[in-house]
Design a protein around this ligand. Sequence first.
Ligand SMILES: Cc1cc2nc3c(=O)[nH]c(=O)nc-3n(C[C@H](O)[C@H](O)[C@H](O)COP(=O)(O)OP(=O)(O)OC[C@H]3O[C@@H](n4cnc5c(N)ncnc54)[C@H](O)[C@@H]3O)c2cc1C
Length: 394
Amino acid sequence: MDFTFTGEQEQFRQELRDFLAEHENPEWRGLFGSNSEEIIPFTREICQALAKRGWLTLSWPAEYGGSDGDLWSQMVLREEMWAAGEPRGPQYMNLNYIGPMIMKFGTEEQKQRFLPPMARGEVIWTQGFSEPGAGSDLASLTTRAEDRGDHFVVNGQKIWNSYASSPADWCMLLARTDSSGPKQAGISVLLVDMTTPGVVVRPIRSMAGMGEINEIFFEDVIVPRDSLLGSQDDGWPLINYGLSFERTGIAMHSRAARTIDRVIQHARSTVLDGRPLSDDPAVRARLADVYCRYRAARLISYRITSMVEAGEDPVAEASMAWIHGAQLTQDAAAAGLDVLAAAGQLLEEEEEAPMNGAIEREWVEMLAMTIAGGTSDIQRAIVSQRGLGLPRAR
Ligand SMILES: Cc1cc2nc3c(=O)[nH]c(=O)nc-3n(C[C@H](O)[C@H](O)[C@H](O)COP(=O)(O)OP(=O)(O)OC[C@H]3O[C@@H](n4cnc5c(N)ncnc54)[C@H](O)[C@@H]3O)c2cc1C
């Protein structure tokens, strides 16, 4: 197995770096780093500029606005975007799993309607899955969509919805259409226009910033039948398909690599007692430790790409990648804080803050990574079942 990128792919990486340097924005603080009002215009501009070059939906088929690119170039794109703090903003979700779900399960009319605007970088989607009583146990969701023939009437509440207040144009909503059977049955996936009367978004103040996560309330919301994705009552396989794409679509290893690089540069250029900090054996050991884990996390991601290329379905591997990648982003930031010691505590408003407070921010932002997209406990449960073949926990 050889995971070396081709010359062409490395050239593409360089072109992406040049593109990102050209579009550098001093206000940009990373995906979770600024409130929506500040980041959205910038992320739209980036997405549309990427779309013009055919890079936004690189690996999508040309018929839906993609460039028919190969999966390894897509990996390069992902790595460079995440290393740069994911300047595609909320739209990375369209590309990672919302678009692919519509491509796999949508009618031709739905594909023609929803995919080209995503490929042009024009729309923001939010994910309406979690509820106050249904997070890890997603199948317990109670938001109802009543079948009224040519439309559904939706009532209920969602929570923790990223970017809903950006504002999102569309919501991929999970709703219960039948309560008579087991809880995994009777769930349907609806594509809901967020401007429909009865949809109300309430931004939540969180450590990630105002409005990064939200609540969405649905009161007698009318959703046309042609907005049903896949079969009615049989949304559960779609959810699993989408979540597995979500887990593999984020190059967390390259985000961690950026943190490690930043700390190395700081350690090289900081002199203590007449010696660079990078000479300190404890600092070197700490950085070497997270670097080893970065290399392992990267290999798992590459392995997944090769499985997808071979037509395999990497369910357990997607969870393994998420466990490693999420923990690594946190540990790389924690290692950075250790190396910076007291100076690492400074917020970016402080003139003396090393790297403008980037490591402190990274540490705060990455705390969400072991929760969002399914907690690490849930990922381990998936690995025990799908990877180790153990029976489902009761
Ligand atoms: C920043 C952020 C963004 C998010 N964005 C979205 C979004 O856009 N859309 C959306 O729908 N949701 C979103 N979420 C919600 C996320 O998917 C849930 O928070 C997550 O699934 C966990 O659910 P919960 O918070 O209700 O915790 P709970 O499910 O209540 O879990 C509490 C604790 O119990 C553990 N636990 C629960 N069940 C088990 C089990 N069976 N085995 C072992 N341990 C278990 C969990 O690991 C956790 O430690 C987001 C969350 C965050 C933090």
